[in-house]
Design a protein around this ligand. Structure first.
Ligand code: ADP
Length: 504
Protein backbone atom coordinates (compact mmCIF):
# COMPACT_ATOMS: atom_id res chain seq x y z
CA UNK A 1 0.00 0.00 0.00
CA UNK A 2 2.74 2.40 1.07
CA UNK A 3 4.80 1.43 -1.96
CA UNK A 4 1.89 2.25 -4.28
CA UNK A 5 1.45 5.61 -2.56
CA UNK A 6 5.20 6.24 -2.92
CA UNK A 7 5.04 5.30 -6.58
CA UNK A 8 2.05 7.58 -7.14
CA UNK A 9 3.87 10.42 -5.42
CA UNK A 10 6.90 9.90 -7.67
CA UNK A 11 4.76 9.92 -10.81
CA UNK A 12 2.97 13.02 -9.64
CA UNK A 13 6.28 14.68 -8.80
CA UNK A 14 7.65 13.86 -12.25
CA UNK A 15 4.46 15.17 -13.83
CA UNK A 16 4.59 18.34 -11.80
CA UNK A 17 7.63 19.46 -13.70
CA UNK A 18 6.43 18.50 -17.11
CA UNK A 19 2.69 18.97 -17.59
CA UNK A 20 1.33 22.28 -18.70
CA UNK A 21 -1.33 24.11 -16.73
CA UNK A 22 -3.73 23.66 -19.63
CA UNK A 23 -4.20 19.92 -18.95
CA UNK A 24 -5.38 20.11 -15.31
CA UNK A 25 -7.43 23.18 -16.13
CA UNK A 26 -9.08 21.42 -19.06
CA UNK A 27 -9.72 18.28 -17.00
CA UNK A 28 -11.21 20.34 -14.20
CA UNK A 29 -13.55 22.07 -16.65
CA UNK A 30 -14.48 18.77 -18.21
CA UNK A 31 -15.32 17.17 -14.88
CA UNK A 32 -17.23 20.22 -13.73
CA UNK A 33 -19.36 20.38 -16.87
CA UNK A 34 -19.78 16.70 -17.73
CA UNK A 35 -20.54 15.23 -14.32
CA UNK A 36 -23.64 17.39 -13.71
CA UNK A 37 -24.85 16.58 -17.24
CA UNK A 38 -24.51 12.81 -16.75
CA UNK A 39 -26.03 12.95 -13.28
CA UNK A 40 -28.95 14.95 -14.61
CA UNK A 41 -29.68 12.44 -17.41
CA UNK A 42 -29.47 9.51 -14.96
CA UNK A 43 -31.65 11.27 -12.46
CA UNK A 44 -34.26 12.30 -15.03
CA UNK A 45 -34.59 8.80 -16.52
CA UNK A 46 -34.71 7.24 -13.00
CA UNK A 47 -37.39 9.71 -11.97
CA UNK A 48 -39.35 8.96 -15.14
CA UNK A 49 -39.19 5.21 -14.44
CA UNK A 50 -40.35 5.67 -10.86
CA UNK A 51 -43.31 7.89 -11.75
CA UNK A 52 -44.32 5.60 -14.62
CA UNK A 53 -44.39 2.58 -12.28
CA UNK A 54 -46.32 4.50 -9.61
CA UNK A 55 -48.84 5.61 -12.18
CA UNK A 56 -49.34 2.02 -13.33
CA UNK A 57 -49.74 0.79 -9.75
CA UNK A 58 -52.38 3.45 -9.09
CA UNK A 59 -54.19 2.44 -12.26
CA UNK A 60 -53.97 -1.24 -11.23
CA UNK A 61 -55.51 -0.41 -7.85
CA UNK A 62 -58.39 1.45 -9.51
CA UNK A 63 -59.08 -1.34 -11.92
CA UNK A 64 -58.95 -3.91 -9.09
CA UNK A 65 -61.41 -1.82 -7.11
CA UNK A 66 -63.82 -1.64 -10.04
CA UNK A 67 -63.47 -5.39 -10.63
CA UNK A 68 -63.94 -6.14 -6.93
CA UNK A 69 -67.19 -4.15 -6.95
CA UNK A 70 -68.41 -5.96 -10.00
CA UNK A 71 -67.43 -9.37 -8.56
CA UNK A 72 -69.33 -8.59 -5.38
CA UNK A 73 -72.41 -7.22 -7.05
CA UNK A 74 -72.68 -10.13 -9.48
CA UNK A 75 -71.84 -12.65 -6.71
CA UNK A 76 -69.15 -13.96 -9.06
CA UNK A 77 -67.37 -16.03 -6.40
CA UNK A 78 -70.50 -18.02 -5.55
CA UNK A 79 -71.28 -18.34 -9.24
CA UNK A 80 -67.80 -19.78 -9.81
CA UNK A 81 -68.11 -22.10 -6.78
CA UNK A 82 -71.39 -23.45 -8.08
CA UNK A 83 -69.76 -24.19 -11.43
CA UNK A 84 -71.81 -21.71 -13.46
CA UNK A 85 -70.09 -19.45 -15.96
CA UNK A 86 -70.13 -15.62 -16.12
CA UNK A 87 -68.57 -14.98 -19.53
CA UNK A 88 -68.93 -11.19 -19.28
CA UNK A 89 -66.89 -10.92 -16.07
CA UNK A 90 -64.44 -13.59 -17.27
CA UNK A 91 -63.79 -11.48 -20.33
CA UNK A 92 -63.44 -8.32 -18.27
CA UNK A 93 -60.89 -9.97 -15.96
CA UNK A 94 -58.87 -11.16 -18.98
CA UNK A 95 -59.06 -7.74 -20.69
CA UNK A 96 -57.93 -5.94 -17.53
CA UNK A 97 -55.04 -8.42 -17.10
CA UNK A 98 -53.99 -7.87 -20.71
CA UNK A 99 -54.36 -4.12 -20.43
CA UNK A 100 -52.14 -4.11 -17.38
CA UNK A 101 -49.76 -6.48 -19.12
CA UNK A 102 -50.12 -8.85 -16.15
CA UNK A 103 -52.11 -11.63 -14.53
CA UNK A 104 -55.21 -11.64 -12.33
CA UNK A 105 -55.86 -14.31 -9.76
CA UNK A 106 -59.06 -14.62 -7.71
CA UNK A 107 -59.06 -16.62 -4.49
CA UNK A 108 -61.95 -17.44 -2.15
CA UNK A 109 -61.94 -17.20 1.65
CA UNK A 110 -60.26 -20.60 1.90
CA UNK A 111 -57.32 -19.24 -0.21
CA UNK A 112 -58.29 -21.51 -3.08
CA UNK A 113 -57.67 -20.04 -6.53
CA UNK A 114 -61.00 -19.88 -8.39
CA UNK A 115 -59.82 -17.90 -11.38
CA UNK A 116 -56.41 -17.32 -12.99
CA UNK A 117 -56.18 -15.35 -16.24
CA UNK A 118 -53.12 -17.45 -17.13
CA UNK A 119 -55.20 -20.55 -16.39
CA UNK A 120 -52.32 -22.42 -14.74
CA UNK A 121 -52.95 -22.13 -11.01
CA UNK A 122 -56.65 -22.84 -10.79
CA UNK A 123 -57.53 -25.01 -7.77
CA UNK A 124 -54.20 -24.26 -6.04
CA UNK A 125 -53.88 -22.44 -2.72
CA UNK A 126 -52.79 -18.81 -2.65
CA UNK A 127 -50.86 -17.87 0.47
CA UNK A 128 -49.07 -14.54 0.22
CA UNK A 129 -48.71 -12.17 3.16
CA UNK A 130 -50.51 -9.37 1.28
CA UNK A 131 -53.41 -11.78 0.50
CA UNK A 132 -53.68 -12.52 4.21
CA UNK A 133 -53.80 -8.79 4.87
CA UNK A 134 -56.54 -8.45 2.27
CA UNK A 135 -58.65 -10.96 4.20
CA UNK A 136 -58.43 -8.45 7.05
CA UNK A 137 -60.05 -5.97 4.69
CA UNK A 138 -56.85 -4.15 3.72
CA UNK A 139 -55.94 -3.24 0.14
CA UNK A 140 -52.18 -3.53 -0.33
CA UNK A 141 -49.63 -3.27 -3.02
CA UNK A 142 -46.02 -4.32 -3.36
CA UNK A 143 -43.27 -3.35 -5.78
CA UNK A 144 -40.22 -5.54 -6.41
CA UNK A 145 -37.63 -3.25 -8.02
CA UNK A 146 -35.10 -6.04 -8.53
CA UNK A 147 -37.35 -8.58 -10.22
CA UNK A 148 -39.28 -5.82 -11.95
CA UNK A 149 -42.89 -6.59 -11.01
CA UNK A 150 -45.62 -5.36 -8.70
CA UNK A 151 -48.87 -6.71 -7.40
CA UNK A 152 -52.05 -5.32 -5.87
CA UNK A 153 -54.20 -7.38 -3.45
CA UNK A 154 -57.85 -6.24 -3.31
CA UNK A 155 -60.36 -7.70 -0.79
CA UNK A 156 -63.85 -8.59 -2.06
CA UNK A 157 -66.62 -8.06 0.49
CA UNK A 158 -69.41 -10.60 0.88
CA UNK A 159 -72.62 -9.29 -0.65
CA UNK A 160 -74.80 -9.98 2.38
CA UNK A 161 -72.60 -8.08 4.92
CA UNK A 162 -72.39 -4.84 3.07
CA UNK A 163 -75.13 -3.18 1.11
CA UNK A 164 -73.00 -0.31 -0.04
CA UNK A 165 -69.96 -0.63 -2.33
CA UNK A 166 -66.52 -0.73 -0.74
CA UNK A 167 -65.98 2.61 0.84
CA UNK A 168 -63.34 5.07 -0.12
CA UNK A 169 -61.08 4.12 2.80
CA UNK A 170 -60.68 0.69 1.35
CA UNK A 171 -60.17 2.08 -2.10
CA UNK A 172 -57.38 4.22 -0.79
CA UNK A 173 -55.73 1.20 0.72
CA UNK A 174 -56.57 2.16 4.27
CA UNK A 175 -59.38 -0.40 4.47
CA UNK A 176 -60.50 -1.30 7.95
CA UNK A 177 -63.18 -3.63 6.61
CA UNK A 178 -62.52 -6.56 8.88
CA UNK A 179 -65.76 -8.48 8.44
CA UNK A 180 -67.09 -10.54 5.62
CA UNK A 181 -64.25 -10.68 3.17
CA UNK A 182 -65.42 -13.19 0.62
CA UNK A 183 -62.32 -13.41 -1.51
CA UNK A 184 -59.21 -11.62 -2.74
CA UNK A 185 -58.35 -10.30 -6.16
CA UNK A 186 -54.61 -10.29 -6.89
CA UNK A 187 -53.27 -8.39 -9.87
CA UNK A 188 -49.63 -9.00 -10.74
CA UNK A 189 -47.90 -7.00 -13.49
CA UNK A 190 -44.42 -6.64 -14.80
CA UNK A 191 -42.57 -3.30 -14.70
CA UNK A 192 -40.31 -4.48 -17.51
CA UNK A 193 -42.07 -2.06 -19.88
CA UNK A 194 -41.24 0.93 -17.71
CA UNK A 195 -37.60 -0.22 -17.51
CA UNK A 196 -37.52 -0.62 -21.29
CA UNK A 197 -38.99 2.82 -21.68
CA UNK A 198 -36.34 4.19 -19.35
CA UNK A 199 -33.60 2.51 -21.37
CA UNK A 200 -35.07 3.96 -24.55
CA UNK A 201 -34.96 7.44 -23.05
CA UNK A 202 -31.34 6.92 -22.04
CA UNK A 203 -30.52 5.69 -25.54
CA UNK A 204 -32.39 8.52 -27.23
CA UNK A 205 -30.66 11.13 -25.05
CA UNK A 206 -27.35 9.32 -25.67
CA UNK A 207 -26.98 10.97 -29.06
CA UNK A 208 -27.84 14.33 -27.61
CA UNK A 209 -25.30 13.70 -24.89
CA UNK A 210 -22.64 12.88 -27.48
CA UNK A 211 -23.31 16.14 -29.28
CA UNK A 212 -23.25 18.01 -25.96
CA UNK A 213 -20.05 16.18 -25.00
CA UNK A 214 -18.32 17.30 -28.23
CA UNK A 215 -19.58 20.81 -27.73
CA UNK A 216 -18.43 20.90 -24.10
CA UNK A 217 -15.06 19.42 -25.09
CA UNK A 218 -14.43 22.19 -27.59
CA UNK A 219 -15.81 24.86 -25.25
CA UNK A 220 -13.59 23.60 -22.42
CA UNK A 221 -10.51 23.57 -24.63
CA UNK A 222 -11.23 27.13 -25.76
CA UNK A 223 -11.93 28.27 -22.20
CA UNK A 224 -8.68 26.74 -20.92
CA UNK A 225 -6.72 28.35 -23.77
CA UNK A 226 -8.45 31.68 -23.15
CA UNK A 227 -7.77 31.63 -19.42
CA UNK A 228 -4.10 30.82 -19.99
CA UNK A 229 -3.60 33.56 -22.58
CA UNK A 230 -2.32 36.17 -20.08
CA UNK A 231 0.14 33.61 -18.68
CA UNK A 232 1.42 32.96 -22.20
CA UNK A 233 1.87 36.69 -22.74
CA UNK A 234 3.72 36.89 -19.42
CA UNK A 235 5.94 33.99 -20.52
CA UNK A 236 6.78 35.82 -23.79
CA UNK A 237 7.74 38.97 -21.90
CA UNK A 238 9.83 36.98 -19.41
CA UNK A 239 11.61 35.25 -22.31
CA UNK A 240 12.63 38.68 -23.60
CA UNK A 241 14.04 39.52 -20.15
CA UNK A 242 15.85 36.17 -20.03
CA UNK A 243 17.46 37.07 -23.35
CA UNK A 244 18.98 40.08 -21.60
CA UNK A 245 16.50 42.79 -22.52
CA UNK A 246 16.21 44.44 -19.09
CA UNK A 247 14.19 47.33 -20.54
CA UNK A 248 11.29 45.02 -21.40
CA UNK A 249 8.13 46.01 -19.49
CA UNK A 250 6.38 43.20 -17.63
CA UNK A 251 2.83 44.40 -17.31
CA UNK A 252 0.28 41.58 -17.61
CA UNK A 253 -2.44 42.85 -15.30
CA UNK A 254 -5.33 40.66 -16.46
CA UNK A 255 -5.45 38.58 -13.25
CA UNK A 256 -4.31 39.48 -9.76
CA UNK A 257 -1.82 36.59 -10.00
CA UNK A 258 -0.29 37.82 -13.26
CA UNK A 259 -0.24 41.36 -11.89
CA UNK A 260 1.60 40.19 -8.73
CA UNK A 261 4.09 38.17 -10.79
CA UNK A 262 4.62 41.14 -13.12
CA UNK A 263 5.24 43.47 -10.19
CA UNK A 264 7.63 41.00 -8.51
CA UNK A 265 9.58 40.55 -11.74
CA UNK A 266 9.69 44.31 -12.38
CA UNK A 267 11.02 44.81 -8.86
CA UNK A 268 13.71 42.18 -9.46
CA UNK A 269 14.62 43.83 -12.77
CA UNK A 270 14.83 47.23 -11.07
CA UNK A 271 17.16 45.74 -8.44
CA UNK A 272 19.25 44.11 -11.14
CA UNK A 273 19.51 47.40 -12.98
CA UNK A 274 20.52 49.20 -9.80
CA UNK A 275 23.08 46.53 -9.09
CA UNK A 276 24.42 46.85 -12.59
CA UNK A 277 24.56 50.62 -12.30
CA UNK A 278 26.28 50.55 -8.91
CA UNK A 279 28.77 47.97 -10.23
CA UNK A 280 29.63 50.24 -13.12
CA UNK A 281 29.85 53.22 -10.78
CA UNK A 282 32.08 51.22 -8.44
CA UNK A 283 34.44 50.18 -11.21
CA UNK A 284 34.74 53.75 -12.49
CA UNK A 285 35.23 55.03 -8.90
CA UNK A 286 37.91 52.43 -8.22
CA UNK A 287 39.72 53.36 -11.45
CA UNK A 288 39.51 57.02 -10.60
CA UNK A 289 40.67 56.54 -7.01
CA UNK A 290 43.59 54.34 -8.05
CA UNK A 291 44.56 56.73 -10.83
CA UNK A 292 44.72 59.83 -8.57
CA UNK A 293 47.86 58.81 -6.59
CA UNK A 294 49.44 57.51 -9.81
CA UNK A 295 48.85 60.87 -11.51
CA UNK A 296 50.44 62.67 -8.55
CA UNK A 297 53.44 60.30 -8.68
CA UNK A 298 53.80 60.91 -12.43
CA UNK A 299 53.63 64.72 -11.98
CA UNK A 300 56.25 64.58 -9.20
CA UNK A 301 58.53 62.26 -11.18
CA UNK A 302 58.16 64.32 -14.37
CA UNK A 303 59.01 67.54 -12.58
CA UNK A 304 62.08 65.92 -11.04
CA UNK A 305 63.16 64.64 -14.42
CA UNK A 306 62.57 68.06 -15.97
CA UNK A 307 65.00 69.69 -13.56
CA UNK A 308 68.56 69.24 -14.73
CA UNK A 309 70.44 69.80 -11.52
CA UNK A 310 67.92 69.80 -8.73
CA UNK A 311 69.28 70.07 -5.19
CA UNK A 312 69.36 66.88 -3.09
CA UNK A 313 66.84 68.34 -0.59
CA UNK A 314 64.31 68.83 -3.38
CA UNK A 315 64.83 65.23 -4.49
CA UNK A 316 64.34 64.16 -0.88
CA UNK A 317 61.13 66.17 -0.59
CA UNK A 318 59.71 64.91 -3.89
CA UNK A 319 60.60 61.34 -3.02
CA UNK A 320 58.78 61.71 0.31
CA UNK A 321 55.67 62.92 -1.53
CA UNK A 322 55.95 60.03 -3.98
CA UNK A 323 56.24 57.62 -1.03
CA UNK A 324 53.14 59.17 0.59
CA UNK A 325 51.19 58.72 -2.64
CA UNK A 326 52.31 55.07 -2.83
CA UNK A 327 51.13 54.60 0.79
CA UNK A 328 47.79 56.09 -0.17
CA UNK A 329 47.49 53.78 -3.16
CA UNK A 330 48.33 50.85 -0.85
CA UNK A 331 45.66 51.94 1.65
CA UNK A 332 43.01 52.16 -1.05
CA UNK A 333 43.95 48.67 -2.28
CA UNK A 334 43.91 47.32 1.31
CA UNK A 335 40.46 48.83 1.96
CA UNK A 336 39.16 47.46 -1.32
CA UNK A 337 40.44 43.99 -0.45
CA UNK A 338 38.77 44.21 2.98
CA UNK A 339 35.48 45.11 1.31
CA UNK A 340 35.76 42.36 -1.31
CA UNK A 341 36.44 39.79 1.42
CA UNK A 342 33.31 40.87 3.25
CA UNK A 343 31.21 40.88 0.09
CA UNK A 344 31.76 37.14 -0.36
CA UNK A 345 28.65 35.02 0.07
CA UNK A 346 30.13 33.47 3.25
CA UNK A 347 32.80 35.76 4.67
CA UNK A 348 35.13 34.25 7.27
CA UNK A 349 34.07 35.38 10.71
CA UNK A 350 36.07 34.37 13.77
CA UNK A 351 33.37 34.72 16.36
CA UNK A 352 34.51 34.47 19.97
CA UNK A 353 33.37 35.74 23.34
CA UNK A 354 35.07 39.16 23.61
CA UNK A 355 35.11 41.91 26.19
CA UNK A 356 33.77 44.96 24.39
CA UNK A 357 35.07 47.24 27.14
CA UNK A 358 38.61 45.91 26.56
CA UNK A 359 38.23 46.26 22.80
CA UNK A 360 37.11 49.91 23.04
CA UNK A 361 39.86 50.75 25.54
CA UNK A 362 42.47 49.41 23.11
CA UNK A 363 41.05 51.43 20.21
CA UNK A 364 40.97 54.62 22.25
CA UNK A 365 44.50 54.01 23.56
CA UNK A 366 45.74 53.83 19.96
CA UNK A 367 43.77 56.86 18.74
CA UNK A 368 44.19 59.25 21.71
CA UNK A 369 47.68 60.42 20.60
CA UNK A 370 46.27 61.27 17.13
CA UNK A 371 43.43 63.22 18.77
CA UNK A 372 45.85 65.02 21.05
CA UNK A 373 47.71 66.44 18.03
CA UNK A 374 44.67 68.61 17.39
CA UNK A 375 43.80 69.02 21.07
CA UNK A 376 40.71 66.88 20.71
CA UNK A 377 39.50 65.32 23.94
CA UNK A 378 38.09 61.80 23.95
CA UNK A 379 35.75 60.83 26.78
CA UNK A 380 34.89 57.19 27.27
CA UNK A 381 31.96 56.03 29.40
CA UNK A 382 31.15 52.40 29.97
CA UNK A 383 27.75 51.91 31.63
CA UNK A 384 28.43 48.22 32.34
CA UNK A 385 30.78 45.36 31.63
CA UNK A 386 29.86 43.92 28.26
CA UNK A 387 30.99 40.64 26.81
CA UNK A 388 29.64 39.49 23.42
CA UNK A 389 30.15 37.01 20.55
CA UNK A 390 32.04 39.04 17.95
CA UNK A 391 34.89 38.86 15.46
CA UNK A 392 37.34 40.96 17.49
CA UNK A 393 39.56 42.06 14.58
CA UNK A 394 36.70 43.05 12.28
CA UNK A 395 34.65 44.81 14.97
CA UNK A 396 37.76 46.64 16.11
CA UNK A 397 38.25 47.92 12.53
CA UNK A 398 34.60 49.02 12.32
CA UNK A 399 34.63 50.93 15.64
CA UNK A 400 38.09 52.41 14.90
CA UNK A 401 36.74 53.87 11.65
CA UNK A 402 33.96 55.61 13.59
CA UNK A 403 36.29 57.08 16.24
CA UNK A 404 38.85 58.05 13.57
CA UNK A 405 36.18 59.88 11.61
CA UNK A 406 35.00 61.63 14.80
CA UNK A 407 38.57 62.92 15.17
CA UNK A 408 39.18 63.61 11.44
CA UNK A 409 35.99 65.55 10.86
CA UNK A 410 36.33 67.58 14.05
CA UNK A 411 37.64 71.02 14.74
CA UNK A 412 40.67 72.01 16.81
CA UNK A 413 39.97 71.39 20.52
CA UNK A 414 36.85 69.50 19.65
CA UNK A 415 35.31 66.69 21.70
CA UNK A 416 34.57 63.02 21.13
CA UNK A 417 32.35 60.95 23.42
CA UNK A 418 32.37 57.16 23.26
CA UNK A 419 29.68 55.36 25.27
CA UNK A 420 29.12 51.63 25.79
CA UNK A 421 25.81 50.26 27.09
CA UNK A 422 23.84 47.00 26.87
CA UNK A 423 20.48 45.41 27.60
CA UNK A 424 19.60 41.70 27.79
CA UNK A 425 19.84 41.29 23.99
CA UNK A 426 22.14 43.90 22.47
CA UNK A 427 25.10 46.08 23.23
CA UNK A 428 25.25 49.67 22.01
CA UNK A 429 28.31 51.76 21.12
CA UNK A 430 27.71 55.47 20.62
CA UNK A 431 30.42 57.63 19.01
CA UNK A 432 29.54 61.30 19.23
CA UNK A 433 31.51 64.38 18.20
CA UNK A 434 30.94 68.10 18.01
CA UNK A 435 32.75 68.52 14.70
CA UNK A 436 31.66 69.60 11.22
CA UNK A 437 28.63 67.31 11.09
CA UNK A 438 26.95 65.90 8.00
CA UNK A 439 24.17 67.78 6.17
CA UNK A 440 20.83 65.94 6.09
CA UNK A 441 20.90 65.32 2.32
CA UNK A 442 24.19 63.39 2.52
CA UNK A 443 23.44 61.30 5.59
CA UNK A 444 22.03 58.36 3.59
CA UNK A 445 24.94 58.34 1.16
CA UNK A 446 27.94 58.43 3.53
CA UNK A 447 27.78 54.64 3.85
CA UNK A 448 28.27 54.22 0.07
CA UNK A 449 31.66 53.23 -1.28
CA UNK A 450 33.91 56.19 -2.15
CA UNK A 451 31.27 58.69 -1.06
CA UNK A 452 32.70 61.73 0.65
CA UNK A 453 30.89 64.87 1.77
CA UNK A 454 33.97 67.04 1.61
CA UNK A 455 36.34 65.46 -0.91
CA UNK A 456 39.25 67.80 -0.28
CA UNK A 457 39.12 67.33 3.49
CA UNK A 458 38.84 63.59 3.20
CA UNK A 459 41.85 63.35 0.90
CA UNK A 460 43.79 65.75 3.14
CA UNK A 461 43.22 63.50 6.11
CA UNK A 462 44.17 60.37 4.13
CA UNK A 463 40.59 59.08 3.77
CA UNK A 464 39.72 56.64 1.04
CA UNK A 465 35.93 57.07 1.19
CA UNK A 466 35.61 53.38 2.05
CA UNK A 467 35.74 53.57 5.87
CA UNK A 468 31.99 53.80 6.60
CA UNK A 469 31.16 51.23 3.88
CA UNK A 470 33.53 48.77 5.62
CA UNK A 471 32.08 49.64 9.04
CA UNK A 472 28.50 49.09 7.88
CA UNK A 473 29.38 45.77 6.25
CA UNK A 474 31.09 44.50 9.40
CA UNK A 475 28.12 45.52 11.57
CA UNK A 476 25.67 43.79 9.20
CA UNK A 477 27.83 40.65 9.34
CA UNK A 478 27.33 40.74 13.11
CA UNK A 479 23.55 40.96 12.52
CA UNK A 480 23.63 44.48 13.90
CA UNK A 481 22.58 47.93 12.75
CA UNK A 482 24.07 51.42 12.52
CA UNK A 483 22.26 54.74 12.82
CA UNK A 484 23.47 58.25 12.12
CA UNK A 485 22.19 61.49 13.61
CA UNK A 486 23.83 64.71 12.65
CA UNK A 487 23.38 68.42 12.17
CA UNK A 488 25.65 70.40 9.96
CA UNK A 489 28.25 72.31 11.98
CA UNK A 490 27.14 70.76 15.29
CA UNK A 491 28.62 67.30 15.07
CA UNK A 492 27.60 63.74 14.31
CA UNK A 493 26.47 60.75 16.38
CA UNK A 494 26.85 57.17 15.12
CA UNK A 495 25.06 54.51 17.18
CA UNK A 496 25.91 50.84 16.67
CA UNK A 497 23.64 48.04 17.93
CA UNK A 498 24.94 44.45 17.93
CA UNK A 499 23.37 41.28 19.45
CA UNK A 500 25.22 39.89 22.46
CA UNK A 501 24.84 36.36 21.10
CA UNK A 502 25.72 35.59 17.51
CA UNK A 503 23.31 33.19 15.81
CA UNK A 504 24.90 31.78 12.63
P1 ADP B 1 36.70 58.75 4.52
O1 ADP B 1 37.77 57.80 4.24
O2 ADP B 1 36.57 59.81 3.51
O3 ADP B 1 36.65 59.21 5.90
P2 ADP B 1 34.31 57.34 5.24
O4 ADP B 1 33.57 56.31 4.51
O5 ADP B 1 34.88 57.00 6.55
O6 ADP B 1 35.38 57.88 4.25
O7 ADP B 1 33.32 58.54 5.45
C1 ADP B 1 32.58 59.00 4.35
C2 ADP B 1 32.31 60.48 4.46
O8 ADP B 1 31.41 60.73 5.52
C3 ADP B 1 33.55 61.27 4.82
O9 ADP B 1 34.23 61.64 3.67
C4 ADP B 1 32.97 62.46 5.54
O10 ADP B 1 32.64 63.46 4.63
C5 ADP B 1 31.71 61.95 6.16
N1 ADP B 1 31.87 61.62 7.62
C6 ADP B 1 32.14 60.45 8.19
N2 ADP B 1 32.17 60.53 9.53
C7 ADP B 1 31.93 61.81 9.83
C8 ADP B 1 31.87 62.57 11.05
N3 ADP B 1 32.02 61.99 12.25
N4 ADP B 1 31.60 63.89 10.98
C9 ADP B 1 31.41 64.48 9.77
N5 ADP B 1 31.47 63.85 8.58
C10 ADP B 1 31.76 62.53 8.61
Amino acid sequence: MRRIAEHKRKIWKAMEHTIGMRIPLFLAFLILTLVPLLVQVRFTSGYFYQSHVEERMAEAQNRCLILANKIRSSDYINVLLSGNPNPALDAELSTTADLMNGRIVLADDSFKILKDTFGISRGKTLVVSDVLKAFDGETSSYLNQKKKYFYVAQPIQAKSTDAAPIDSDVAAGNGKNTAGVQGVLLLMASTENSALLQEKIVQKTGFLQLVMFCFILIADLLAAACLLKPFRRLQQQLDMVAEGNLDQDIDVKTYRETRDISEAVMQTIRKLKNLDRSRQEFVSNVSHELKTPLTSIRVLADSLMGMESAPAELYQEFMQDISAEIDREGKIIDDLLTLVKMDKSSPDLNIAQTSINGLLEQILKRLTPIAKRRNIEITYESKREVSADVDEVKLSLALSNLVENAIKYNREEGKVWVTLDADHKFFYVKVEDNGVGIPKEFQERVFERFYRVDKARSRETGGTGLGLAITKNIILLHQGAIRLKSEEGKGATFTVRIPLNYIP
